[in-house]
Design a binder for this molecule. Structure first.
Ligand code: QUE
Length: 393
């Protein structure tokens, strides 16, 4: 049975500046006697109560549901209300459409904001990490349906939650070293906790994991066939308690019924090689090990690493090294310092320009060579911001 027919979902209206604008637009059109479609009122986030579940849908499918400030400001208070509502037994986070759960943060708006001197760059990361922490500490069971592209900011909306469900269409990546940034949204916490050196490898190279690999790597807790998602949602909407075991059982059951083809971790044959080549905590050490390995795979990794921001890579190594020992709160507070330090540098703006704005994919990193990024310079990304520090609670 399809989820939509099983439960009449009750949609809560979000009165943001955008919806107010749309509402007045709608009123104008109605006054002019024109026909108006329901889609015209669509919001960037849809919040619904469906049976015993609360469902949050990221609703910017044309932008691959990339997370912007408006969305964060809607989601955070809604999550807190859901958590305190005894009728909400489970919270579901999903993306609209078939392409993406969430392709990242609206990093372009952040870069534009810095150039025009507004407070978006300091506020965006503060609010985003606050939301990541809220998800990581929710009392109510939380299920992120990471169907489609799940990168950067989208990873932060899922990986810290109790349950993450991948499908055959899931594409996971932390690609930030390509835009002169670093794997944030709690990357420093979850990446060093994956098998061996897998997290550091994913963080430095931005390698994408697909389908089952996303679950086998430990990023997702479950894998279900895409055509079983509707049925899974229906079952979650009719849970009788907020007991994580009951929800876990539903997920385990659908997971077990999903195709076991290609069940082998496709990275499995590479894990030893990854662990060997990415063992060092210095970028020079990693590159030396890849040269020494000499395989086609190792050569490909060197080509990839040579395109990334040297500053991003060195800061990322240190971030994961520190983050291994930190809880999520401490890690996000550290990442906020790093994010703000990147706002004072060159590479983030140059990376956004080259990858997202001009799309020439030829960023001019400063410094451009790996040897020119000193450990002293890396250390400045971890310094206190004084009264500007993020203090999560
Ligand atoms: C590396 C990245 C990001 C990226 C591409 C990269 C990133 C990010 C986006 C993105 C995608 C779709 C959007 C959007 C941003 O792309 O972090 O606004 O609509 O957010 O190669 O790190």
């Amino acid at each position: 049975m399809a989820a939509r027919t099983a439960f009449a979902c009750i949609r809560s209206l979000q009165f943001t500046s955008r919806s107010t604008r749309r509402l007045s637009l709608l009123q104008k059109h109605l006054a002019a006697g024109r026909h108006f479609s329901v889609e015209a009122m669509d919001e960037e986030v849809i919040v619904e109560r469906c049976g015993n579940a609360a469902v949050i849908t990221l609703n910017r499918p044309k932008a691959l549901n990339a997370l912007n400030m408006n969305m964060i400001k809607i989601i955070y208070p809604q999550l807190k209300m859901m958590e305190n509502d005894p009728d909400v037994k489970v919270i579901i986070m999903k993306g609209a459409g078939d392409k993406a759960f969430c392709a990242g943060g609206d990093i372009r708006a952040v870069a534009d904001g810095k150039k025009s001197g507004n407070t978006v760059p300091s506020e965006f990361f503060r609010e985003e990490y606050k939301l990541n922490y809220a998800i990581g500490t929710l009392k109510t069971p939380y299920v992120a349906l990471i169907h489609g592209i799940t990168m950067g900011g989208g990873v932060g909306l899922s990986v810290h939650g109790m349950f993450r469900v991948a499908t055959g269409k899931t594409v996971f990546a932390m690609p930030e070293t390509a835009i002169g940034f670093f794997p944030d949204v709690g990357g420093g916490h979850f990446l060093p906790r994956l098998h061996g050196r897998l997290g550091l490898y994913l963080a430095l190279t931005g390698t994408r994991l697909r389908g089952r690999d996303v679950q086998l790597a430990g990023v997702a807790t479950h894998y279900v066939d895409a055509d079983k998602i509707g049925d899974l949602e229906s079952q979650l909407m009719s849970v009788s308690s907020d007991n994580a075991l009951e929800i876990g059982k539903i997920l385990d059951d659908v997971h077990q019924k999903s195709s076991s083809e290609e069940a082998d971790f496709s990275l499995k044959k590479r894990l030893n090689q990854i662990n060997r080549c990415f063992e060092s905590n210095s970028l020079e050490g990693i590159m030396d090990a890849l040269h020494a390995d000499g395989s086609d795979w190792a050569k490909e990794q060197l080509v990839t690493l040579n395109k990334m921001s040297p500053t991003s890579m060195k800061v990322t190594i240190r971030e994961l090294e520190e983050g291994r020992r930190l809880n999520l709160k401490e890690d996000l507070e550290m990442e906020y310092r790093i994010s703000q330090r990147f706002m004072d540098g060159n590479d983030f703006f140059e990376g956004v320009r080259a990858v997202l704005v001009d799309r020439d994919n030829s960023p001019k990193w400063k410094p451009s060579s790996i040897s020119a990024v000193t450990q002293d310079e890396v250390g400045t990304y971890f310094q206190s911001l004084g009264d500007q520090d993020l203090n999560l609670q």
